[in-house]
Design a protein around this ligand. Sequence first.
Ligand code: UDP
Ligand code: MG
Length: 346
Amino acid sequence: MMLGSDVSGLSAGAGATATPGLSIVVPVFNEAAGLEALHRRLGALATTLRGRYGIACEVVYVDDGSADATLSIARGLPATELDVQVLSLSRNFGKEAALLAGLDHARLGAVLFMDGDGQHAPELVEKLVGHWIVDGYDVVYTAKAHRDNEPALRRAAVATFYSLINWGARQKIPEDAGDFRLLSPRAAAALRQLPERNRFFKGLASWIGFRQFRVDYEPEPRAHGFSTFSTAKLIGLSIEGLTSFSVAPLRIASLLGVVLAISAFLFGLSILWETWVSGKSVPGYPSIIVGMMTIGGVQLLMIGVLGEYIGKILSELKARPIYFVAEHSVRRAATDAEAAKQTAAE
Ligand code: UDP
Ligand code: MG
């Protein structure tokens, strides 16, 4: 019985595959204000990519239950330079679910993920595609060139998060990497095969392996509106990512247990020493209270950590779908031949 998976049929470079194309997945949540402008930039990108590498493009807009006009605007976007798919999820499922919905519906082999708020410049995509087609990389990911403009506390939190999640991991998740990345056909196929419901895209995209390449970039300011990820939400997401991806918190629990047990043993020895050798009676009250509070606190914390993992097991067991598609449309860009026929008829 084969328990691994062979995705080698889909080779790294587009030149060697039967379906040389790029699906651009864009999750959009209340992005009505900037969608048309983004679509124009993607159209220009598609033209450039077709001219330079001869690949076809499609864009997959995943409307993640927006409350504004995002969906109706997306429905009306012209499919002139590239095919346009519009998926509308039945409610707001969150960015991770929207990315997966896009990945599941992408049709052209390679897949590129980018935000719909203009922070991920379509102009950079040409460079990413070059690393895929020319250099043969499978996962081309972007990472923030620096974090100089962020407060020290946030930088420290990020560093702690990555050192925890990468603790003992064979394949380290690169620090500062974002969701803006390109996957070759075989890497996309590999990512589609991961069955978990609690998804941490950055982690999974790195976990699959293959040839990975880092491109440093400076994210642009949001084209309009505000980020949906507040500090509290980011902390929540970090706990989510950490517990769905790594068992480091559980290991910390075990290590803390060991440290506490050793210190209790040493403390006990020191008490024995004091009573036997110096004949002093050790005052008990403060040490008992401190000991109880330490152990009680640590135990509660670790029960919480265990609870996080049990919650994950529960949601994996329930095996609910990660998203529901309420509406789906595909519009194909007219091929050159069709366009020529149309002009001739006019
Ligand atoms: N997004 C989404 N569902 C959500 C929240 C955000 O699809 O529940 C999309 C959003 O439209 C954008 C991308 O995810 O295209 C990144 O969101 P945002 O700009 O708010 O996050 P940040 O850039 O601060 O990480
Ligand atoms: Mg953003």
